[in-house]
Ligand binder design. Structure first.
Ligand SMILES: *[C@@H]1O[C@H](CO)[C@@H](O)[C@H](O)[C@H]1NC(C)=O
Ligand SMILES: *[C@@H]1O[C@H](CO)[C@@H](O)[C@H](O)[C@H]1NC(C)=O
Ligand SMILES: *[C@@H]1O[C@H](CO)[C@@H](O)[C@H](O)[C@H]1NC(C)=O
Length: 459
């Protein structure tokens, strides 16, 4: 799913993964609550901007190590030298990236932010644990529920406001990789189930080998290496579409892939890599209920609402096998169960289980690589150590059609599984959406993690 991008800020420095000091790094506060049947306790968590968005410059001065979508060959002849020569710097969250905290426990991500260097498009942040900001907040989601409020009323077709978990290392790889001196405090160590190759530093080395600039994104490119790990998409959504999707991997924790086969790169390798890039998605529209989600629908996206996701284990313990993922919404004090599947060949359920995934993949003629790499049990093992990710992004690969329009674009919209939302397939072209809706934004708030049924109230 993810893409990154950024314009360069100019400001302070952290090194290479060295640390630059030209801009002070100050994480915006975003408190969450940890709940049990007897109540909730506040945790003083914060968010940190991903390293890829940051200014990367030589440790000795202001020269860019990475500019546009190219590496400086002098500073970065190879990955190790580059990591030693270059620093990533602190971020001005509001001015450069449009990241603000409008109220206690709330985070607003602006889509396009005009700044001193031009403009920044999209952002991705991670939740850090209470303390000095050098560790991500690790979550064990098994036998728990995860709840938050969202306002997608200003997030049109083609955009994706995402809340998800990735199996990143708690310190961002600082202790595992000597070349990484920045760590979680500077947002290092990202990984997901697409094994993204646009990550500039992986495992303490720059990803300069075979780097080529993107043809559609002046600020992005891809190297030989990718950064893989299991990913649990709680929420990928805009005003008109939503999906929740587990993506397991054969590998445990953040793992670097070094060739097309392991990275699952290209159509030929899509179902041979370390991770499942497709996942097993529950998108209400795709599952046959086109009236459930959207403006004026059962879940009315013109107003804020609450999203509850429950991770049910076979034995009801926090280490049992994951067997089911439930979804509820709460809006205006009413609990709204997820929509039921109305697809021929799929039981009329409103949750994700291995049976649901198997039936859905068959009904839609999709490869069940989800099952091959471990299914829900595999996903569950990863869920014991997850890092929370919040982002807003547009899609340079396929214009977000997989979420809110018809996909694959070459198949008739009437083929089972192709129609995923009512958006125009052209609406999500980055050029179009960036010029038509630069002021788009999403607000996430009121995040809670807790025992089952402890984070929301049925009225
Ligand atoms: C590349 O970096 C070197 C210093 O390492 C610097 O002298 C040179 O000007 C840089 N080149 C560009 C194009 O920025
Ligand atoms: C660049 O690609 C070639 C051919 O795929 C590969 O053999 C080589 O190892 C790659 N270089 C790096 C640094 O990964
Ligand atoms: C949570 O609430 C649901 C619906 O009221 C109920 O079926 C379920 O047993 C409850 N689970 C726990 C662990 O309390």
């Amino acid at each position: 799913m993810l893409r990154t991008f950024s314009t360069l800020a100019f400001a302070a420095a952290v090194y290479g993964q060295q640390v630059g000091t030209l801009t002070a790094e100050k994480h915006p506060s975003m408190a969450i609550q940890a709940c049990t049947a007897s109540g909730c306790t506040k945790e003083d968590t914060a968010v940190v901007l991903d390293a890829n968005w940051r200014w990367t410059h030589v440790t000795s001065g202001y020269t860019n190590c990475y500019d546009g979508n190219k590496w400086n060959a002098t500073a970065c002849p190879d990955g190790k030298t580059c990591a030693a020569n270059c620093a990533i710097d602190g971020a001005d969250y509001e001015k450069t990236y449009g990241i603000t905290t409008p109220s206690d426990g709330a985070l607003k991500l602006q889509f396009v932010t005009k700044n001193q260097d031009g403009a920044n498009v999209g952002s991705r942040v991670y939740l850090t644990a209470a303390g000095d900001g050098s560790k991500y907040r690790l979550f064990n989601l098994l036998n728990k529920e995860f709840t938050f409020d969202v306002d997608v009323s200003n997030l049109p077709c083609g955009l994706n406001g995402a809340v998800y978990f990735s199996e990143m290392l708690e310190d961002g790889g600082l202790s595992a990789y000597p070349g990484n001196k920045a760590g979680a405090k500077y947002g290092t160590g990202y990984c997901d189930s697409q094994c993204p190759r646009d990550i500039k530093f992986i495992n303490g080395e720059a990803n300069v080998g075979n780097w080529s600039g993107s043809s559609s994104d002046a600020n992005s490119g891809a190297g030989s290496y990718g950064s893989c790990c299991a990913e649990m998409d709680i929420w990928e959504a805009n005003l008109d579409a939503t999906a929740y999707t587990p993506h397991p991997c054969k590998v445990s924790k953040q793992t670097r892939c070094e060739n097309d086969a392991d990275c699952g790169a290209g159509d030929a390798n899509r179902h041979s890599g370390f991770c499942d890039p497709d996942g097993c998605d529950f998108n209400s529209f795709r599952m046959g209920n086109t009236e459930f989600y959207g403006t004026g629908k059962t879940v009315d996206t013109s107003k804020p609402f609450t999203i509850v996701t429950q991770f049910i284990t076979a034995d009801g313990t926090d280490s049992g096998a994951l067997v089911q993922i439930n979804r509820f919404y709460v809006q205006g004090g009413t609990v709204i169960p997820n929509s039921q599947s109305a697809v021929t060949g799929v039981d009329p359920v409103n949750h994700i289980s291995d049976d649901f995934c198997q039936q859905q993949k068959k009904a839609f003629s999709d490869n069940n690589y989800f099952s091959t790499v471990g299914g829900l049990t595999g996903m569950g093992k990863s869920l014991e150590n997850m890092v929370l990710v919040l982002s807003v992004w547009d899609d340079h690969a396929v214009s977000m059609n997989w979420l809110d329009s018809n996909y694959p674009t070459t198949s008739p919209a009437t083929s089972p599984g192709v129609a995923r939302g009512r958006c125009d397939p052209a609406a999500g072209e980055p050029k179009t959406v960036e010029s038509a809706h630069p002021d788009a934004s999403v607000i996430y708030s009121n995040i809670k993690i807790g025992s089952l049924n402890s984070t929301f109230k049925a009225q």
